[in-house]
Ligand binder design. Structure first.
Ligand code: HEC
Length: 109
């Protein structure tokens, strides 16, 4: 019983992290648009920054992926994807940044 229980818990935790309801996903996409993210990013194509689907692919299965993305978005990022840096978004609320980081990790090509 105990042996079964732990993997099941792990599995349900993972699937929660990888899925958002359609409404949450739409709200996050609107937030990305309103926050100016989509001037540099697209869901599936590289523009100035990497496609969100590529970001999700790169960090797939990493427990601390969302926390790392929060840091990148909040303080800026350089050298992870190429030569162009991402500016910091220090005036955004951390809650909004977390919402965006979790959403980015759900995007698929
Ligand atoms: C001025 C253009 C620009 C804007 C605006 C911008 N980004 Fe970026 N973003 C980039 C670039 C360029 C990179 C690649 C940085 C690097 O190589 O480390 C990047 C990287 C990222 C990454 C991957 C970070 C990592 O650790 O691998 C995420 C996630 C991301 N951006 C999300 C966002 C979100 C969410 C917003 C809006 C709040 C946003 N970006 C706004 C240009 C931008």
């Amino acid at each position: 019983m105990r042996k079964l229980f732990i993997p099941l818990l792990l599995l349900s935790g993972l699937s929660q992290a990888a899925e958002l309801s359609a409404a949450d996903s739409a709200a996050a996409q609107q937030l990305a648009k309103d926050s100016g993210c989509l001037t540099c990013h697209s869901l599936t194509e590289k523009i100035v920054g990497p496609a969100y689907a590529s970001v999700a692919e790169k960090y797939k299965g990493q427990d601390d992926a969302a926390a790392g993305l929060v840091q990148s978005i909040q303080y800026g990022s350089k050298g992870k994807w190429g030569r162009i840096p991402m500016p910091a978004h220090s005036s955004m609320s951390v809650d909004d940044i977390k919402t965006l980081a979790n959403w980015v990790l759900t995007i698929q090509k």
